[in-house]
Write a protein that binds this ligand. Structure first.
Ligand SMILES: C[S@@+](CC[C@H](N)C(=O)[O-])C[C@H]1O[C@@H](n2cnc3c(N)ncnc32)[C@H](O)[C@@H]1O
Length: 284
């Protein structure tokens, strides 16, 4: 079993490839031709996408649109964990307006560089990205109104630390709303497949573990608000393309037989969930 730092380095390498070349084996898409499809499937409106720099949209690797379901208001501070090329942190910047702030955190230099280009292209002066890990956020205690995240926490090898960091940086009464892949009863070969980690499958935990982790960190009102369940065709396309890339990358051995028959039992077991929680207003 690789240690936490090795896992983060591998994930970061894969996302560097994803944003700088035509390959890379990542969440929601592994081929440039599929980029953009991911964001549409994730539930963004055509109008909100058209108002963003195109490079933020084609380089999105999310599995939902957490901000769309939030009640973020003008003047608030929003923190986006694993902000990637910036799609959600830019949308947050628009929502909070010039009196508010949107801050993205990412550990991958190439993603940060792309996000900075996109922030400059958007002209938004209230948006910034910082280099750091979501397990050790470079953010002050009790300083943000909202934590959002899109398909990132599943990639952390230290999820309890991430949940504790969310609780630390939220203001009392502040809220978390994240879209993430959750998974149950994954076959052992999927759990252990190195390429399926970066693609947001192998590291995913189930809903109960997620909610229990948030509660253990001191957050309240933890709940699953919505589920985006992939059908067998979507799952097959997604997982097969990841594994084919892995084989062409030469690092993952033989490609298992994967057709509808193998995928059908996984429908409803690997899906995107919209998860909410809140920091208590006062210490009891
Ligand atoms: C699946 S992509 C999602 C990017 C973005 N949220 C979006 O919707 O397009 C995952 C992003 O999280 C970053 N990431 C993964 N694990 C991380 C960690 N432990 N700390 C900081 N960033 C991380 C990756 O570098 C990558 O940019």
């Amino acid at each position: 079993m690789a240690n936490e730092q090795d896992i983060r380095e591998r994930v970061s390498r894969d996302y560097t490839l994803a944003v700088t070349s035509e390959s890379g084996c990542c969440c929601g898409s592994s081929k440039v031709a599929q980029k953009g499809v991911v964001s549409r499937l994730a539930g963004y409106g055509a109008e909100e996408l058209a108002a963003l720099p195109a490079e933020a949209v084609v380089n999105s690797f999310g599995c939902g649109n957490p901000l769309a379901f939030s009640e973020v208001r003008a003047g608030q501070v929003v923190l986006d964990l694993g902000s990637g090329a910036g799609i959600d942190v830019l949308l947050a910047g628009k929502k909070v307006g010039s009196q508010g702030r949107a801050i993205g955190i990412d550990m991958t230099e190439a993603m940060l560089a792309k996000a900075r280009e996109n922030i400059a292209a958007s002209g938004l002066a209230n948006v910034e990205v910082r280099r750091g890990t979501i397990e050790h956020l470079p953010v002050e205690n009790s300083s943000v109104d909202w934590v959002i995240s899109n398909c990132v926490i599943n990639l952390s090898p230290e999820k309890p630390r991430v949940f504790a960091e969310i609780a630390r940086v939220l203001k009392p009464g502040g809220r978390m709303l994240v879209s993430d892949i959750v998974a149950e009863d994954l076959p052992e070969w999927m759990r252990n497949h190195p390429r399926l980690y970066s693609s947001c499958v192998a590291g995913a935990i189930n809903e109960q573990e997620y909610l229990a982790g948030l509660r253990a960190a001191g957050l309240i009102d933890a709940e699953v608000r919505d589920r985006l369940v992939y059908d067998a065709t979507q799952l097959t396309a997604f997982i097969t393309s990841e594994l084919q890339d892995a084989v062409s990358c030469g690092d993952s051995g033989a490609l298992p037989e994967l057709g509808r028959e193998q995928m059908e039992p996984l429908v409803g077991k690997i899906y995107s969930a919209l998860i909410a929680a809140r920091k208590p207003s006062f210490k009891s």
